[in-house]
Design a protein around this ligand. Structure first.
Ligand code: ZN
Length: 124
């Protein structure tokens, strides 16, 4: 994925805001001179958190609006929505969480998740 100049400039502005927010972790303090390793650790930590938040936000947008009631995939009877199921996925940048629509079929006595998982596969 390539970033155009306008987006790159905006990301640089946001990075400067993050650097200001994390000033005490980036800037030398009396008696505490930051090493390159310190700066890298802070940069990676902030970058991982930004990545995790971006992924979590993008994942939530992918959850489809499902009709209520929805047909059971086993018996085709209409089922009502149950409490959403919290989902957690471990990513390269940390845990990403979302709530997934859950339905319960009284006839089959089973829950099912008709929506497409927002990320990954085999989450149902
Ligand atoms: Zn059923």
């Amino acid at each position: 994925m390539a970033l155009d100049a306008k987006k790159r400039l905006r990301i640089e502005e946001l990075a400067k805001q993050l650097q200001a927010l994390m000033a005490e972790d980036f800037d030398d303090q009396p008696g505490n001179v930051k090493s390159f390793d310190d700066l890298e650790t802070t940069s990676v930590t902030v970058g991982d958190e930004v990545s995790r938040i971006l992924l979590e936000s993008a994942s939530k947008k992918r959850i489809p609006d499902l009709p209520v009631p929805t047909a059971c995939p086993h018996c085709q009877r209409q089922c009502q929505q149950a409490e959403p199921e919290p989902r957690v996925l471990q990513t390269r940048r940390g845990e990403v969480t979302w709530l997934e629509d859950k339905y319960y079929c009284r006839h089959c006595r089973r829950s099912f998740f008709p929506g497409k998982p927002p990320v990954g596969a085999g989450c149902q």
